[in-house]
Structure formats: structure tokens, C-alpha cells
Design a protein around this ligand. Structure first.
Ligand code: DGJ
Length: 543
């Protein structure tokens, strides 16, 4: 009897939320697959990250941060990406100061904002500027990468265990601290390991250790990966291996051929091993989801001219093979080819998370496309605090809509019932077949009604469309015109009714009935350029 009672008490205790969190990993923030996407789970519920990343130095001063929090709220930002600086967190070896992070977490909670911590550890934009003074000054103990001329760079070598171990110790201490102070509240939901890792000014390091390893055989683990994933390798890597006759043994040049690309592959393997070892150490303390981000190369640049060997699309296999503790490989957008790069990043089951994009008005359109089309987990313009007029930011208007639609988006994330569009003067229209209907979603200026439609370049517009019933769609965004047809042409599609409205805590509240001029007497659904809205549309068929 006594034993049974004890078991009962233990069961009740185990299922109390706090106790559960202490007992298992099931309840801490984690990623969950849903269809083609992955979802960020917080308190076991999916969460859409409407993010913004701080400028690099903002989080080093609490006073500087103070006016930023209300700005974030005005823009409907629900997730802040904020650096954690190794130099300030471990000013002396083994003495950790978490006061900055603790205060950030407190303020984030007060403002109902989640945090993604950016670990500015061994590398930040290739360099090692955030290494503490005791690391920077002791180059004998913490060796630097060397360039082709044998000259040291201010970049910690990826080939030295002492560098790695120092980083691991600090990162583990951080994650341990977050676990102790935040696993119940779950304000911190994800961690970025390092920042824009990549070798400059050469494709690979030229230390003695690196030179020696480059001449040795490719690690068996990578060769096994190549064999096992033969059919799914990214074409960029497969072409190099195929050209060598898909060898199952040999040094880097035997397996991938001679040249800068092979040097980059070699360096990528070692960067990824290092980042993985840092992530693994941190996850042992507190297994939050972790990702790495990449500086995308400009066209025509060679490895070393751009930061070589980062988690770039042509190196996805290398990073995935070497860094199994890293959950996501992410692009940072400072160039215009948004669709091109995203298409590359969603290969190989890589979930899309956009931790950085230049903060500009077009983000307000791009975010709809990222979330609607790719099922992105989150989106986060860089230097989000730089605005002086948060209430007027186009991004804030899109986030307002996305926040309202979050439950619906999360329900359909990764499915065929949700689509995103991104439109400009070149991509005037997109078609989407969904259920028995085909939707033609066009840029508002294709109507030619606005005088600005004559301009050579149009503002980018975007939207998200979700099919919520056999004849029902939610259409949201800015600068759109939507027409409908029955896909097999057996009937004509008509607009039965369209309501503009808002969602309050997931519940639809219709406002205006959009008829007459607003739907061009039943011909289309429209949200003009410069306006943001959500419309719930019911269709019918006639002939
Ligand atoms: C990308 C980096 O990841 C950021 O930390 C910052 O340096 C920006 N570039 C600046 O444009």
C-alpha cells in the first residue's frame, strides 16, 4: 500500500508543469517538424517569431536599451535577437558575469518579448573581436588563423583545441545559467552559435596544423555521409565529387579535386566541427534549439574574397554532416535576391529562419512571402532599434497582421493550404492553385489606377493567403489584387462575400463588408499599396 501511495505521489509530482520541466526536455523550447516546415515550440505550443535583431553594441548598455523596448512593442516585435558578448561575460578566465543577460531577460519578460541569444564567442563576422582580452593577448595559448603569407589574422584558429575548449566553457556556463534562471519562464527560446563564421582573406587557414590536415585523408565520417546521401547531395558538391569519380577514400584534393572550392570545403568541415562542439557542450547544459548564420557572397566573388566556408548553400552537406547539434542553417540578407537564396536554403529539410535582413520598407512585403511561401519559423531585420518612428514602420504593420493571424498560420505552417506572394514590377502576378480554385494574386499597380503605376520601379508588396474552407480564403497583406477562377474551368468563380476584419486572440471579428467599389463590384479582392488588411472571402460557382 505504502509503495502504491508513493508511486501515486510521484506521478502527480511528475505531471506538475514545473516538475515536468525539471524532469524531461519535452517542455523546454524545441523545434517540431510540421509538413515541410519546422515550428518553434515554446511551453509546448507553436510560436511564430516576429523578430528584430539589435545593432551589435546596443545590448552592452542597459541605459541604451531602455527606450528600445517600447519601440519593439510598437512594431509588434515578439522576439528580440540580442548579442551575448564573450568579452563582457567572462572578463577574467573562469569569472562569469551574467548581469547584462539577466537584466535583458527581466526587461524582455516585462515587455512580453522572447529572446534569441547570439553567442558572440570565437567568431563574429569572421573575426574574433569579441574574444576576451585574456584570450586576445595570449596568442601562444590561443593561436590565430594564418593567411597564405603566414601572417596572423585577428581570427581564432579553428584547428586548436584550446580555443575550442575556452569557447565551450564559456558557452556551457551561459546555457547552464539560462537553464537555472529561465527554463520555467522560457523567455530565451533559441541560441545562435557564433556569428557569420567564415575565413578571410583566404579560402582556408594556413597554420601548420591546417596545412598538415589538408594533406591527410578526408575523415571517414564525411566519406560515409557522402555515400549514404549520394542521391540528395546539393548539386554544387555532388558535381565536385562526381568529377573525381566519387572516390570513397583519399585526401581532400583526391576526393573533391584541386582548387579554392576544395580548400573551402576543408575549412567548412573544420568550422562546422568546431561550431558543433560548442553547440553540443551548450546543449548538454540546456538543449535549446541552435542555429548558425551565414554572410551571403556577392556574385563573382571567390572563397576568401567573401567569408569562406560558412554555412552557405553550396556547403549545406558539409555543415549538416559535421554539425548535427546545429538545428538550422540560416541566411543573412544584405543583397536583393531574396527568393533565389531562400530557395537554396530550404533544400535538404533545412527549416527557414531569417535572423538578419537589412531593415528597410521592403521587409514588410518579404516577411509575408517568407512565412507564407516557405513556412519560415521567423524573420528578423537587423538594427531594429534604429527607427525613430516605430509607429510608422511598414514592418510593424505587417507584424500586426501576422501577429493576429499567428494561430491560423501555425496551424497551416508547412502545408499546401498556405501560400505567400512577393510582387514588384517584374513579378506582376503569381498564381496559386488551392483546392478547386486558382487564385491570381497581382501587384496593386497592375490595375493601372494609381499614378505611381507608371513609375519604372514599384514598391515591393506581399501577402499571405490561407485556404480555410472549401470555398473560403483568408487574404492578408499589402498592395494586392486577387481574382479567382475554377481550376478545371467547369464553372465560373464568383465572390459571394468578403469581409475586412481583425483577429482578436484567434477569433475573427468582421468589420466592413467589402462590396461595391471595394471589390470592384464583385470582380476582385484588393488591398491597395500603402494599406494593410485582412479579408475573409467566400467564393461560389456559377455558369
Ligand atoms: C551582419 C552581421 O551578422 C551583423 O552582426 C552586423 O555586423 C551586420 N552584418 C552589419 O551590416
Amino acid at each position: 500500500m505504502g509503495k502504491q501511495w508513493l508511486l501515486l505521489v510521484m506521478n502527480v509530482w511528475l505531471f506538475l508543469p514545473g516538475a515536468y520541466a525539471r524532469q524531461t526536455n519535452g517542455d523546454i523550447p524545441h523545434l517540431r517538424r510540421q509538413g515541410r516546415s519546422a515550428q518553434m515550440m515554446v511551453h509546448n505550443r507553436p510560436f511564430l517569431m516576429l523578430g528584430g535583431e539589435l545593432g551589435n553594441s546596443s545590448a552592452s548598455s542597459l541605459a541604451y536599451m531602455q527606450p528600445i523596448w517600447p519601440k519593439l512593442q510598437q512594431m509588434h516585435v515578439n522576439t528580440l535577437l540580442t548579442p551575448v558578448y564573450w568579452e563582457l561575460m567572462e572578463p577574467e578566465e573562469g569569472r562569469f558575469d551574467f548581469s547584462l543577460t539577466d537584466s535583458l531577460v527581466q526587461s524582455a519578460r516585462q515587455h512580453n518579448i522572447k529572446l534569441v541569444l547570439l553567442w558572440f564567442g570565437s567568431w563574429k563576422n569572421s573575426m574574433s573581436c569579441y574574444a576576451p582580452a585574456w584570450v586576445k593577448k595570449n596568442t601562444r595559448r590561443f593561436p590565430r588563423a594564418k593567411n597564405e603569407q603566414g601572417k596572423s589574422e585577428e581570427i581564432l584558429s579553428a584547428f586548436d583545441k584550446r580555443n575550442l575548449e575556452a569557447d565551450q566553457r564559456a558557452f556551457t556556463a551561459l546555457l547552464q545559467h539560462i537553464r537555472e534562471t529561465d527554463s520555467r519562464e522560457q523567455t530565451v527560446i533559441m541560441v545562435q552559435v557564433e556569428n557569420e563564421i567564415g575565413m578571410l582573406p583566404n579560402a582556408r587557414e594556413h597554420t601548420t596544423a591546417a596545412d598538415a590536415l589538408f594533406k591527410q585523408d578526408v575523415p571517414a565520417e564525411l566519406l560515409r555521409y557522402l555515400q549514404q546521401h549520394k542521391q540528395e547531395l546539393v548539386p554544387e558538391l555532388k558535381a565536385r565529387w562526381d568529377a573525381q569519380g566519387t572516390p570513397s577514400k583519399g585526401n581532400w584534393e583526391t576526393v573533391f579535386g584541386k582548387g579554392l572550392s576544395t580548400e573551402e570545403i576543408f575549412q567548412a568541415w573544420h568550422y562546422a566541427r568546431y561550431a558543433n562542439a560548442v553547440a553540443e557542450a551548450g546543449k548538454k547544459a540546456y538543449p535549446l534549439p541552435m542555429y548558425v548564420n551565414a554572410a551571403l557572397p556577392r556574385p563573382g566573388k571567390l572563397p576568401g574574397e567573401y567569408p569562406s566556408a560558412g554555412p552557405l548553400p553550396h556547403l549545406m552537406d558539409i555543415w549538416q554532416a559535421a554539425a548535427t547539434a546545429i538545428d538550422v542553417l540560416s541566411p543573412d540578407f544584405y543583397n536583393p535576391d531574396f527568393k533565389y537564396w531562400n530557395d537554396l536554403y530550404v533544400r535538404k529539410n533545412n527549416p527557414l529562419f531569417i535572423p538578419e535582413i537589412r531593415f528597410e520598407p521592403a521587409d514588410a512585403a518579404k516577411v509575408f512571402y517568407a512565412i507564407g511561401h516557405y513556412g519560415a519559423m521567423g524573420f528578423s531585420p537587423f538594427s531594429i532599434e534604429s527607427t525613430d518612428k516605430p509607429e510608422e514602420e511598414p514592418l510593424g504593420k505587417s507584424y500586426n497582421i501576422l501577429q493576429q493571424l499567428s494561430p491560423l498560420i501555425l496551424e497551416h505552417q508547412g502545408s499546401d493550404q498556405m501560400e505567400g506572394v512577393l510582387l514588384d514590377e517584374r513579378t506582376g502576378s503569381q498564381e496559386w492553385k488551392s483546392g478547386t480554385y486558382t487564385l491570381k494574386i497581382s501587384h496593386d499597380y497592375t490595375l493601372g489606377w494609381s499614378p505611381a503605376a507608371k513609375d519604372t520601379s514599384w514598391p515591393q508588396t506581399g501577402g499571405i493567403i490561407i485556404q480555410t474552407g472549401e470555398d473560403e480564403y483568408i487574404i492578408a497583406g499589402t498592395g494586392l489584387v486577387v481574382t479567382f477562377s475554377v481550376s478545371d474551368k467547369s464553372d465560373i468563380a464568383g465572390i459571394l462575400q468578403a469581409d475586412e476584419g481583425i483577429y482578436v486572440e484567434g477569433k475573427w471579428q468582421p468589420r466592413r463588408r467589402m462590396n461595391g467599389d471595394q471589390d470592384h463590384q464583385g470582380r476582385h479582392i484588393r488591398i491597395p499599396v500603402g494599406e494593410w488588411g485582412i479579408q475573409r472571402v467566400k467564393l461560389y460557382r456559377y455558369n
